[in-house]
Write a protein that binds this ligand. Structure first.
Ligand SMILES: Cc1cc2nc3c(=O)[nH]c(=O)nc-3n(C[C@H](O)[C@H](O)[C@H](O)COP(=O)(O)OP(=O)(O)OC[C@H]3O[C@@H](n4cnc5c(N)ncnc54)[C@H](O)[C@@H]3O)c2cc1C
Length: 463
């Protein structure tokens, strides 16, 4: 997935054009609220978003650099009856961090990381994963998070957050120890006073309960090296693609928790990634040998310094047009057995369409983590993702048709559990799909922090 240097460019732009001066005035004790509205020369650059397919025009954008700005912005929305969308890294697939004719609270410049002691950190919401790695890795520390460097820590952790280290260390939200937010009344609230809010924000907190202004995470010892293996097949037809998918489920189930794998079918080409940060023991060797026998090419990696390797996965530079969404969370291949032939067939016939399955499981399945978080899918060790990318406008409509068709095949064949951080605006039963039996409990939290639904997007928790 794609990184960009959008926030840096925007900040440089603001400094050059004098807006940073306005922010500095705003940061003094009697801060007036600083709003950017349509017609303002900075409006277009500030409303810019990672996914250029999402074209929303807020009534106002409040770029905030400290908590009092956020409080004033919330009070302004209450006075003017504007709905609030909250933006940190801006990477929501469906643009849930923006809105039409509402207020956007933009936290992209609140990105400080502070060590509280040897292994705990306080992080502001706009911190990107690249910045987090830059702060942590030189100190030998790590937060299990996603792979894309420009994703924001707040959006990632509030919806769960998985990546190369999750099978060993759990979801990003499993390392979240506390957070502070500004609620719908404009008041500072802390999970220290309310464990139920922490439960809700570990997997169900995106844009629903308030504006998260700081998160405290436990960090972990970072491995020095990691190893990446890649297996490839080209020119696939349906029988071979189906056989490979089923075999990959069987073999990836036996990988140790130190290893992550992804099955990436891009039109007729398959890439299988194995990323490990521990002992390359017999189980990994068996995977490379036995699954490798089914592939055309096995590129065995050698240990590389972790920081260098992670940067190599930060992804392409955006913004760009795309459609991505969850393609289901699976207990095993049987969940996919009925849907697989139809879904794979569409992908094999559609250039630009990617069906990817990632390994979860391991520490994510820990019952102790399940007891204290609203992320409901811990019994599902595989996550599917559908992705469509295009260069030319003419490619968009056929790709989106194929995307819809694939999602429909998955749905009618029983794939109904989905990852909240990979939303699809077309999911009709999203409450159940993202939160399962936890949705009603999330609603109870919503009623306490935002009874009038001031914070909202098309798939936020309703009061
Ligand atoms: C290129 C790319 C790569 C990705 N890779 C991964 C990956 O490896 N692993 C993974 O788990 N996910 C991944 N994702 C999905 C990612 O976790 C979600 O898109 C995430 O919500 C983005 O967070 P953000 O802060 O960047 O986005 P934003 O668009 O700013 O926010 C996303 C959502 O979180 C809410 N939100 C943001 N900040 C706050 C806040 N301070 N308080 C309350 N609510 C807030 C918003 O309202 C919105 O609903 C990827 C997405 C992209 C586009």
């Amino acid at each position: 997935m794609e990184p960009n240097d959008d926030s840096l460019t925007r900040l440089q732009f603001l400094i050059a054009s004098g807006v940073a001066g306005a922010l500095a005035v705003c940061a003094k004790s009697q801060d007036p609220l600083f709003l950017v509205e349509p017609g303002d020369k900075h409006y277009e650059s500030l409303r810019s978003r990672y996914n250029t397919c999402v074209d929303l025009r807020p009534a106002a954008i409040a770029p905030c650099t400290k908590p009092p700005h956020v409080m004033r912005a919330v009070q302004h929305a209450n006075r003017t009856q504007l709905p609030i969308a909250i933006r940190s890294g801006g990477h929501s697939f469906e643009g849930f961090s923006s809105n039409d004719k509402g207020l956007v609270i933009d936290l992209s410049r609140m990105d400080r990381v502070q060590f509280l002691d040897g292994n705990r950190i306080a992080v502001e919401p706009g911190c990107t994963l690249a910045k987090l790695n830059d702060e942590l890795l030189p100190r030998g520390r790590l937060l299990p998070a996603g792979s894309c460097g420009t994703v924001g820590i707040a959006g990632l952790a509030l919806g769960g957050g998985y990546g190369f280290f999750s099978r060993k260390l759990g979801l990003t939200c499993d390392s979240l120890e506390a957070l502070s937010l500004i609620d719908a009344a404009g008041k500072l609230r802390s999970t220290k006073d309310d464990p139920e809010l922490l439960w809700a924000c570990r997997g169900g907190g995106n844009g629903s309960f308030g504006v998260v202004i700081e998160m405290v995470f436990r960090t972990h010892t970072a491995p020095v090296n990691c190893t990446r293996h890649r297996l490839r097949v080209r020119g696939l037809d349906l029988p071979r693609a189906s056989k490979l998918l089923e075999a990959w489920f069987e073999h990836s189930a036996k990988l140790p928790p130190s290893h992550f794998s992804a099955f990436v079918l891009n039109h007729t080409s398959l890439l299988v990634l194995v990323f490990g940060h521990g002992d390359e023991g017999p189980a990994v060797e068996r995977f490379l040998r036995d699954f490798g026998e089914l592939c055309d090419e096995t590129q065995r990696g050698t240990p590389q310094p972790l920081a260098k390797s992670l940067v190599g996965h930060y992804g392409r530079v955006g913004p760009l047009p795309f459609k991505n969404a969850s393609a289901g969370l699976y207990r095993d291949f049987d969940d996919l057995r009925k849907a697989a032939p139809g879904a794979l067939d569409v992908v094999l016939q559609t250039p630009g369409l990617i069906f990817q399955v990632n390994t979860l499981g391991g520490a994510i399945a820990d019952p102790a983590a399940a007891a204290v978080s609203s992320y409901p899918h811990r019994d599902r060790p595989w996550l599917g993702e559908l992705q469509a990318y295009w260069d030319k406008p003419a490619q968009k409509a056929p790709l989106l048709d194929a995307f819809k068709k694939t999602q429909n095949i998955l749905r009618v064949n029983g794939i109904t559990s989905h990852y909240a951080n990979y939303p699809d605006i077309a999911f009709t039963d999203w409450e159940q799909a993202y939160y399962g039996g936890n949705y009603e409990r999330l609603r109870a939290v919503k009623r306490r922090y935002d009874p009038d639904n001031r914070f909202r997007h098309p798939q936020s928790v309703r009061p």
